[in-house]
Design a protein around this ligand. Sequence first.
Ligand SMILES: [Ca+2]
Ligand SMILES: [Ca+2]
Ligand SMILES: [Ca+2]
Ligand SMILES: [Ca+2]
Ligand SMILES: [Zn+2]
Length: 749
Amino acid sequence: MKKVFILSLIVISCAFVLNSQTNNNIYLYPADEMLLRQKVVENPNLILEYMIYEDNLKALSNKDFTMLKTDTLINGKRVIPVVFHIIHTYGVDNISKDQVLDALEKLNIDFNKQNSDTADTYYLFKSRAANCNIEFRLAHIDPNGNCTDGIVRHYSPETNYAYFNTMKKYVWDPTKYMNIFVVNFIYPEGMALPDGAVIGGMSPFPPDNPLSQALTGGDTDVDGILIRHDCIGTIGSAENFGNYPINMANRNFTHEVGHYFNLYHTFQNLMLGLIPATSGCPTFLAPNGDEVDDTPPVDVATQNTSLNCFTPGSRNTCAETPDEPDMIENYMDYQWGYCNNIFTIGQYQRIDGALNGYRRNLWSAENLHATGVIEDNPVECAPIADFFSTTQYVCAGTEVNFYNSSYNGTATTFNWTFTGGMPASSTIENPTITYNTPGTYAVTLEVSNAQGTSNITKTNYIHVYSTTTNNTAPMSESFETSSINDFIVINDTGSVWQISNGIGYSGSKSMYLQNFSGNNAGSLDEFITPAYDLTDLPSGSAKVSFKVAYAGKYVAGTILTPADTIYDKLTVYTSNNCGETWQNRLVKSGEDLATTSPLEIEFNPSSTDQWAEFSFIIPAGLVTNMDNMRLKFSFYSNGGNNIYIDDINIASLSGSDINSQTLAGNEIKLYPNPANSDTKLYLELNNSYNVSIQIIDLNGRLVNDVFNNKMSVGSYNIDINNVDNLATGIYYVKVRLDNNETFLPLVKQ
Ligand SMILES: [Ca+2]
Ligand SMILES: [Ca+2]
Ligand SMILES: [Ca+2]
Ligand SMILES: [Ca+2]
Ligand SMILES: [Zn+2]
């Protein structure tokens, strides 16, 4: 069964790595390609199915489609009803209707060859540029027969880890609508994304394509375009793709819609997964490329290495006969959006095949009536109620600003109900409400216009806490007698923080998150401590310390991917206003979070050796204001392993602590202090460690890297050089011995 010729293939998407390590050296990177290649490796029969599919498609393409067109053309175009599902958390991902309309307009421009940058098409290819004669229109009737403006909005944290399940959850009948799912972050299930990797869009081919079936498991509801909010349109959040000053010019959307109509990447070669040495150019073993004759073959995705486009005609990566340059400006290659400007006639024939095949019902006269797009007159629908507030956690006596975020139609009247609020109701659009009494409260908004009324109630929405606390620092939380109800636990999805029974650094209990399985990569798990009064601490800085047990998850390599270790991220915050705002105090990610070696299996610590202590300092100036301080432990899952936290301590950094501390049983002294050019750090190590010594400022910013190396057992005096160059003020010397670290204040006079 080694008779393989084949193929091309794949892919569904656009993944990008934004490589911020090297400043502006960022590029689009087709990481997703691996996904389909992996499918082929897992099931080589897929190639056979694919070949049969492509053969049938070509037989169909050879027919005269005009013979098949019994359906409606409007102004000579096929009209496709579309619906945008915007999944968001009320941030920039909740893109405006204007941005959606802009995206739709630009999409129509590209699919009708009205784009002004056709002038940039290489002269040899200009005559191949296709007008696809497709018009995309926002649906006016939803699947229940109700009035819609074609834009549906859903609050959900899954916007941060969106994938095929997200599409499945919100999809409207995909035989009637082209569904577009707008999200904040695409995170393929089971795939650990490299740091900094960003996937712009992910769109299966039509469900009858066996490659789609391999990806979606044959679920025909996983159909449509999954795309980041900053890849939609050219305005609003699209002005800064991935927070870089890059406007992708809506071309990710054009590209993804190309996949939706069964187009492959111009550089695809399905065989690369089976025969790693195979060139991306068509060969005897892999002759088919993108299955389109008038796009020259391309060896690898064309990736810009600066903000500039490649000059059209300037690259030629395959020596075909007759030899032509790569069509690097094709929408289905991988340059920045603004470098792309062409679908070819050959690609249009595939699109035509999809429109006369699986996508045929979309533009049937019956469907255009059913979805309300046979006329494109704007309609005004009843509003669908929604709202958000600046915060859901406040101290008693605090004002909260509420915002109407109703959609589908413009609301003209507003009726708010605020249980526990002052006032308890309001009829203005965006009211400000004061909460004076601790408790948890519901909020209701009813909106209406001439077309109708809608309301929404969010229960347990506003959490009001006392401004004072009976808990005073110094304190220690060992989790031995606490209940999980003493903490505020916040969970996006899957596993939640819980108190472990049987595992702790002290005693037999600790706070634990089962993250090895049952928790979505890309999701957050948080817990917030009760409030503590730090103002009774002896004057000086406060030190917050805690024990952590965490291991990375080791993933063995495959034929396609190298072995990898997946780490998650822990961030610790403080708040002195009941959680209304948070200050970031400590971030641990990658190997920095690990307290023991990575495991291929689930991690549960079996000895105290597998724990480490992390800590941070709250400078003296801040401690005097902290009479109601909460800690928040926020865990960002990257699909790694379990984590345990125990023995949270808040203590003052006493006089003797300041210049002399013990860290993991090793003695550390800083002298003289206040510091001068003779100041040294004395280290007495009773083990060998990876030692790192840094000077940081009060905000935790690195001022000076002093030392970073392996040290063996012994006593050392390390020069704190550059003290003379420090501005007058207070700094910290951050000392790290393997995974344990501490801070010694350093005073420069
Ligand atoms: Ca080709
Ligand atoms: Ca060539
Ligand atoms: Ca969770
Ligand atoms: Ca404990
Ligand atoms: Zn793609």
